[in-house]
Structure formats: structure tokens, C-alpha cells
Design a protein around this ligand. Structure first.
Ligand code: ATP
Length: 430
């Protein structure tokens, strides 16, 4: 038995199609030709800041079991024909790539994959690694998709989740999706210990908001729970097909540990610790910013408007708070927060005049003249202002953005076995 790895990427455009759908069609055709797959197909999310991504920067790989490597020819013909037929080739930014690999997954391929998740690569980087590993690459037009295709094959999945995707019949593409929200709520209640990010208030997180072929996608810890969840979701339209993918979604595979703020680079995603340097501020559009600093430098951190209530948490930070932030550095050098841990809350206090023995608060008796009680007239010469510690509305612990703002790769606190904190609504200054 011979294992033939197939990687596919960059087949879609904002107007339609989806690499997962193209892969599903191909897999079904391969199966009807008598081939079988090893395990589940893999949906691998790559760097969320890749400049040419259409949406979620996903690429697909699967492993075909063939009687001999001679069958590669049949598989190659079928895969390339389908990619050519289904990809949105007329779109300028759609540059499909397909990779076939019959050997072992090399150390360089794994390394390349992690680099595609954590940094920005060039097509030539992919060509070089593929050539050294003996992988066969096929690029359509500019062939940029070979970056994602090779990365999807090489991605190590120590931690993994699953996603079940259902697809619409083509005549419904672009039409409003008919998914019963109550059934999604019920599904979430029943399976919510093992599925995640299904619904957020009235926002149906399982529903895409683009004209792509996907009707909905449910994410969870196992294929079994996803099958159960699918049975619970009621829809008012035909489902053409469905497929379960093994994924690196919600594993934090994009996050690198940064020991110092100065070592972080644009388009990288990091976990980094520092001290809050200034009071968080809101700018037009409702975005919230503050500066995080350590001995090596500082970085502007942001909770953008789509992170909704998470911004209220960020607004409660005060200078001196010690924080660990997880997030990615965008084009403008700002770190977009995905989650954070308040490691040590700074003491928040006000300085007040002392209380008199009669119970009234004293007044200043003039510069360097101490205090005087307005009620009983008592004077104290040397007394200093007293510090009154204010209760903080943030407790030390973890906070994360809501479901509607979550990145594909971002690991939910619940998956980390951590209970997140909520913000106490009491005003900060009493
Ligand atoms: P969808 O999620 O809907 O499938 P997409 O967001 O994955 O779409 P693609 O159409 O696949 O977007 O385009 C992403 C392109 O960027 C691909 O050509 C892929 O090879 C390339 N790419 C992915 N990761 C990187 C990276 N780290 N550096 C450079 N290019 C990358």
C-alpha cells in the first residue's frame, strides 16, 4: 500500500468557491474510482496576516491510499482536472497550487508548515522545500497556492480539533442561508461541552457570511460529537454533501513565545508579557488601544470594535498592571489581542486628606501647614494625605474575545482548561 499526500490551496475568491468544497468533490470522485483515504482530510489554517488570503487562510490536505505509486498518475489527472474546473481561475487573486507527495513528511516540510502559520513566505520557499523533499508541485497562474498546499501536507497536529462542513446545492449559492437558530441553540446546549463557538447571542457563528458553498460548519473535539450536532441542526434547504475535517483550528499553533517585546515582528503572532504603560483609550470607531512595555521596548495593543464587550475589559486596565497578551501584529505594528491574562493587578488608589478625630474629613490648612478640621477646628501640622485603595473591577486571571471575534487558530480558554473571568460591572472609582 502506498500513501499519496495531496495538498490544495487558493481555489476560491470573495465571489465564491471554497478549497474545502473543491477537496470534498475530489475526495468523492477518488472514492468512486476505488481509492480510500487515510484518516480525515485536514483543514489547516495558516498565518492570519498572509497578504493574499481570501478569508480565513485555510488550505486542505488529504492522504490517498493507493495500491502502488504508479496510481499517482490517475490521482494526479483527476485532482488537477477538478481543480482546474472548479477553481475561480478568472479572478486575478486566485492562483491555485496543488502538491503531491509520496514520501515521508520530512523535518523541512514540518518546519515550512509552521513557518507558513507563523510568518510570511514566498512561492520560491515552497518550491525549494518541495524539491528537496521530492514533492511534486503544480501551480495554476501564479501558483501561489503551492505555499498553502505544501504547508497543509506538512503540518504537525499534536493538538487538533474537527470541523464538520455542510455544503449547499449550487442554485442556493449567494442566497440567504436557511438555518433554524433555535435548533442551533438546542444543539449548543446539548453538545456544548464538546463543540464550540456555535452561537453568540443572536449571532450564528456556524454560518459563513460570504457567498461560498458552505451552509454551516460545526467545530468540536471529535468527529462523533460533530455527527450528533449535525443531526440536531435543522435547515430549510437541501444539503448537497458534508465532510469532517481534522484541523489545527483553536490550537494556538500560530502563537510563538516572545521573551521580549523587541523580538516580535510584523505579521507574527505571539504570547508576550509586559506592564501596561498608559491608560487605555478609545478612538473613533470604538477601537481601544493601550501600550504594553518591558525593558526591551513597547508595543501598542488593540481591542478592535468587533471584539465587542472584550473592550470593556481592556478599558479597565491601569498603568502598572502586569499582563500576558496573546495576539498577532498587523500591518500597522499593533498587536491585536486574542486573549490575555492579568498576572498582577496594580494597586489603584486615591490620596485623600486625613479624617479628624471628630469624624469629619480635614481640609488643607495651606501649603506645608498640615490640615484643619472644618467642624471642630482641630489642627494637625505634619499629617500627610492618606492612601485609599480602590476596588478594581478586574480580577487577576484570563480574559478572551467573544465567539463572534475569535480567530480560527485561537485556542479558547475552555480548550485550555481555564475558566475565564468576567468583568465586574461595578464602577472602578467608588
Ligand atoms: P478560504 O479560507 O476561503 O479557503 P483563504 O483565505 O484560504 O480562502 P486563499 O484563497 O487560500 O485564501 O489564499 C491564500 C494564499 O496565501 C494562498 O495562495 C496561500 O498559498 C498563500 N499563503 C498562505 N499562507 C501564507 C504565508 N504564510 N505566507 C505567504 N503566503 C501564504
Amino acid at each position: 500500500m502506498c500513501r499519496i499526500h495531496v495538498g490544495i490551496d487558493d481555489t476560491d475568491s470573495p465571489q465564491g468557491m471554497c478549497t474545502t468544497y473543491v477537496s470534498c468533490v475530489i475526495i468523492q470522485k477518488l472514492k468512486s474510482c476505488g481509492f480510500s483515504l487515510e484518516g480525515y482530510p485536514r483543514l489547516i489554517r495558516l498565518n492570519p496576516f498572509a497578504p493574499h488570503k481570501t478569508r480565513g487562510n485555510g488550505a486542505v490536505a488529504f492522504t490517498v491510499l493507493a495500491a502502488s505509486s504508479g496510481e499517482l498518475e490517475v490521482i494526479r489527472d483527476l485532482v488537477l482536472r477538478e481543480v482546474e474546473g472548479l477553481a475561480e481561475l478568472e479572478n486575478e487573486n486566485t492562483n491555485p497550487g496543488v502538491v503531491f507527495h509520496t514520501g515521508e513528511i520530512t523535518h523541512e516540510m514540518r518546519d515550512f508548515s509552521l513557518r507558513a502559520i507563523r510568518s510570511i513566505l514566498k512561492i520560491d520557499d515552497a518550491r525549494r522545500v518541495a524539491e528537496k523533499a521530492g514533492a511534486e508541485v503544480h501551480g495554476f497562474k501564479k501558483g501561489r497556492g503551492i505555499i498553502g498546499a505544501l504547508a497543509a501536507i506538512g503540518c504537525p497536529l499534536d493538538d487538533r480539533t474537527y470541523e464538520l462542513l455542510t455544503y449547499r446545492v449550487p442554485e442556493n449559492y449567494g442566497r440567504p442561508r436557511r438555518i433554524d437558530p433555535d435548533s442551533v441553540r438546542r444543539m449548543d446546549e446539548i453538545t456544548g461541552d464538546e463543540t464550540f463557538d456555535n452561537i453568540d447571542g443572536d449571532y450564528l457563528a456556524i454560518e459563513p457570511h460570504t457567498p461560498c458553498p458552505i451552509l454551516y460548519g460545526i467545530r468540536g473535539e471529535s468527529p462523533e460529537v460533530l455527527m450528533k450536532a449535525m443531526e440536531l441542526v435543522e435547515v430549510g434547504e437541501e444539503i448537497e454533501r458534508f465532510c469532517i475535517f481534522e484541523t489545527n483550528q483553536h490550537t494556538d499553533q500560530h502563537i510563538q513565545e516572545a521573551d521580549r517585546i523587541s523580538e516580535m515582528e510584523a505579521f507574527g503572532c505571539y504570547r508576550v508579557s509586559g506592564r501596561v504603560r498608559d491608560t487605555p483609550r478609545v478612538i473613533e470607531g470604538g477601537h481601544v488601544f493601550f501600550t504594553l512595555a518591558d525593558d526591551s521596548g513597547e508595543i501598542e495593543c488593540a481591542a478592535y470594535e468587533p471584539t465587542k464587550d472584550f473592550r470593556r475589559v481592556v478599558l479597565e486596565l491601569v498603568p502598572g498592571d502586569v499582563l500576558t497578551v496573546y495576539g498577532g501584529i498587523g500591518r500597522h505594528g499593533t498587536l491585536n489581542i486574542e486573549k490575555m491574562k492579568l498576572e498582577r493587578a496594580a494597586e489603584l488608589y486615591v490620596e485623600e486628606n486625613p479624617l479628624c478625630t471628630c469624624g469629619r474629613r480635614m481640609k488643607s490648612a495651606g501649603r506645608d501647614k498640615g490640615f484643619k478640621c472644618p467642624s471642630c477646628g482641630r489642627r494637625v501640622r505634619n499629617s500627610r494625605k492618606v492612601k485609599r485603595v480602590l476596588e478594581r473591577s478586574l480580577v487577576e486571571g484570563y480574559y478572551e474575545v467573544p465567539t463572534c471575534a475569535r480567530r480560527h487558530l485561537s485556542k479558547q480558554l475552555v480548550r485550555m482548561g481555564i475558566r475565564g473571568c468576567g468583568v465586574n460591572k461595578k464602577p472602578q472609582h467608588s
